[in-house]
Design a binder for this molecule. Sequence first.
Ligand code: SF4
Length: 324
Amino acid sequence: MEEALLKIENLKTYFPVKPTMLSKTRYVRAVDDVSLAILPSSTFGVVGESGSGKTTLARAVLKLVPSRGGKVFFHGKNILEMNNKQMLEVRRKMQIVFQDPYNSLHPRKTIEAIIGEGLKIHFRMNGTLIRDRIASVLTQVGLREEHMYRYPHEFSGGQRQRIAFARAMVLDPEFIVLDEPTSALDVSVQAMVLKMLRDIRTRTGLTYLFITHSLSLVDYLADYMAVMYLGEIVELGEKKKIFDHPAHPYTDLLMASNPIPDPNVKREKRLLKGEIPSSIDPPSGCRFHNRCPIAQKICDTEKPELRLISDDHGVRCHFPLTSS
Ligand code: SF4
């Protein structure tokens, strides 16, 4: 088995909630005991509803928010134990592209200044060298050299997201977290940006962690995937296996409520009922039991473990739907 580029073990990221007169400090368990491994040059998709913890996971992996426990190995070294100096080199290799292309670019800086900032910090580059490197990366993301002299407001949402991606790419990273990178874009622009991401990965061998609420986007971009619910991974494995045979009732319902663009594929439409509960006080036993159509008595009290049901297909359920 190929060695993982990034490996997460039992990661826990909790945020304290202000205590009241009647209660002690409680915690939002945004990421609760998450483990997964990402192979080099692959795309790992993490999908879930809002409140599932996927965005916190994206930030915790890059140490942008503090974690209470667990390990994040990059090239076999636990970055959660690294000091600032050690992290500086790792930060160049691990980049992130945020969801909102309107707020993630400084409005008063030119594209040259925005993209070049990292080159100055990490490579101590200046002048012509910086401009040559920026010109090359702008071309790779489908923009032109002269765009570096403009300001963010002169670009559309899709172009801004290309610029945000160029800012990440310019540092020659190995791993990029894509945090809902197309959710603020129109559908037609979304498709072009996704195609660019896929083409660049194929060409460069980059590794992506792709965070999204959309199964269709996971289907388009990912090789492996995890489904998150209330801070936990409930299913993970090869994307094709999970799409062909979803084994967790939550994944199954997400898929049944997901529109399929192909008119030749018929899928019974079933809706996911109810709201995701609070992650301050998650339900006992299986966290999905109050929404699960096949829940049984044991599900109210006994927490299911994430178990392998085939080589690389894990499910957190007492009664998985299939053995894949
Ligand atoms: Fe449903 Fe029980 Fe499986 Fe949870 S453990 S998903 S409640 S069947």
